[in-house]
Design a protein around this ligand. Structure first.
Ligand code: ZN
Length: 160
């Protein structure tokens, strides 16, 4: 079956950066299941998978604009610690969700200096070219319930 919008696609994938370092992989684990055309994967990968079939393998290089985006300096914020009240002791690497003009984003504490905290709302893979190797394991129609929920049920997806 061909990959197109509203079909459930199960893939095995390996993601590497420009240096050939493995950033993420489903190797040795459960494959990833997603619904095509719902923005569950980065844009560039959905585009590359459109029209592929069960058993196909592909290697695709995705530019940051079609991946996790460009690094945006406006998403780096310096705040007084008291603005994060109720979070207990603030440490480097802690993450907070915050509302921005682009919706809810995850911010990571990248620096602490005196009373000030630096938070970075950029995706850790922003500005990176993504090298994906993908094997299409299965393609099937989504159930109406899956389309309603916007995610896959069963193997590789949600169990509820
Ligand atoms: Zn569900």
């Amino acid at each position: 079956m061909e990959i197109t919008a509203d079909r459930v696609v199960t893939i095995h994938y390996t993601l590497k950066n420009d240096g050939g370092v493995v950033i993420d992989s489903s190797d040795g684990g459960e494959p990833l299941a997603y619904i095509q055309g719902h923005g569950n994967l980065v844009v560039g990968l959905e585009k590359a998978l459109e029209g592929k079939r069960d058993g196909d393998t592909l290697a695709v290089v995705i530019e940051p604009a079609d991946g996790y985006g460009r690094r945006d300096e406006a998403l780096i914020k310096r705040l007084p610690k008291r603005a994060l009240q109720g979070s207990g002791e603030i440490k480097k690497g802690m993450q907070f969700q915050a509302q921005t003009e682009q919706g809810v984003r995850l911010f990571t504490v990248t620096a602490l200096a005196g009373d000030m905290v630096t938070l970075d709302g950029n995706h850790p893979l922003a500005d990176q070219r993504l090298h994906f190797e993908v094997k299409v394991v299965e393609v099937r129609e989504a159930t109406s319930e899956e389309l309603e929920h916007g995610h896959v049920h069963g193997a590789g997806g949600h169990h509820h």
